[in-house]
Design a protein around this ligand. Structure first.
Ligand code: DON
Length: 325
């Protein structure tokens, strides 16, 4: 924490200040390539922080529901690693940043694996692995694990699910390309259906911050005390989020914000300050990379002001909790 000067009540003041500042930024666009997402209110905006010991700081609209979209990807990746092991998963998906947009139709030369589990091709591959493992129980299993991370039962937005199912031709093309190269099993359509469902799970900004805090707390939900992920898979999840979580903005994010993060096209951003904080923002106005514009602004400024960057001299590790909260 910078200069050890920040008092507990000041953290609430900082997020309120950032909220007011970024509320005035109406740049960016709501995603419409999944038609149902186009109905989001561009004015909606929330910021929530949850400490690794369960304290909640929030401002704006933190109860507005939105779909997880790509923020589901780190969690399904963690499940696959835990259930199937590294070797099995990494035969089918790599760990390299692609430098490409999230929906690019590109596989790694030589291996024909998707670049990483955070781009659509890699996430569909991971979900296919879970489908092959759990079969008809697959969605229930994913839903339960994500709900445990959020600390409440999460449901699906049936309209968004139907909308993406009807229009997700690009993801369908990716799934069949993966099938061609043997990266997904024969039931590519079923795997894709499961992927659309996981992306359509509803959360609010507070849920997302609790999910982030579960990762920051080595896999244990700090509010319920339930152990959701093994600390070894949390290490894998956070590493991939750090290098690949913000798509073709991942390098700049790592440079400026310096913490593992994941965004989704509905407007959620989830950032994890290891052993310290879960951070979530919601605003559906997206920049050209498909990341929430206000979310990027808030997280960048929050990291600078609180010294959250992993390599910031002022990042005092878990003692942050004693000093700030
Ligand atoms: O596969 C898709 O296109 C969406 N269900 C999820 C993409 C997404 O959230 C990318 N995020 N920036």
């Amino acid at each position: 924490m910078k200069e050890n000067l920040m008092e507990k009540h000041e953290l609430q003041g900082v997020i309120e200040e950032l909220y007011n500042k970024y509320l005035c930024d109406r740049g960016g666009k709501v995603a419409t390539y999944i038609p149902e997402l186009g109905k989001a209110d561009p004015e909606d905006f929330g910021i929530c922080l949850v400490s690794s010991d369960g304290r909640i700081y929030e401002t704006g609209n933190c109860e507005q529901s939105f779909t997880l979209q790509s923020v589901s990807k780190p969690f399904t990746f963690g499940m696959a690693i835990e259930e199937l092991g590294h070797e099995h998963v990494f035969q089918r998906v790599g760990v390299e940043p692609s430098g490409e947009p999230f929906n690019s139709i590109e596989l790694q030369a030589g291996t024909n694996r998707p670049y990483n589990p955070m781009v659509n091709a890699g996430a569909i591959t991971v979900t296919a692995l879970l489908h092959a493992l759990y079969r008809e129980a697959a969605f229930d299993t994913i839903q339960k694990r994500l709900s445990a991370a959020a600390g409440r039962s999460l449901s699906i937005d049936k309209d968004v699910y139907a909308s993406e199912t009807a229009t997700g031709h690009r993801n369908r093309a990716i799934a069949y390309l993966l099938l061609n190269f043997g990266m997904v099993h024969a039931e590519a359509e079923d795997a894709l259906d499961l992927y659309f469902k996981q992306c359509s799970m509803l959360v609010n900004c507070r849920d997302l911050a609790i999910m982030a805090a579960t990762l920051s707390n080595m896999g244990r939900n700090p509010l319920t005390g339930v152990s959701v992920f093994d600390h070894r898979s949390v290490k894998d999840i956070l590493s991939i989020m750090f290098t690949c979580g913000m798509y073709d903005y991942s390098g700049q994010w790592a440079y400026e914000v310096g913490v593992p993060a994941k965004s989704g096209v509905s407007g959620g951003v989830m950032a994890v300050v290891n052993r310290q904080l879960g951070v979530a923002t919601y605003s559906p106005l997206l920049d050209i990379h498909g990341n929430s514009r206000r979310g990027i602004g808030v997280c960048t400024e929050l990291a600078a002001r609180l010294g959250l960057h992993a390599f910031d001299l002022m990042n005092s590790g878990s003692s942050f909790l004693d000093m700030v909260l």
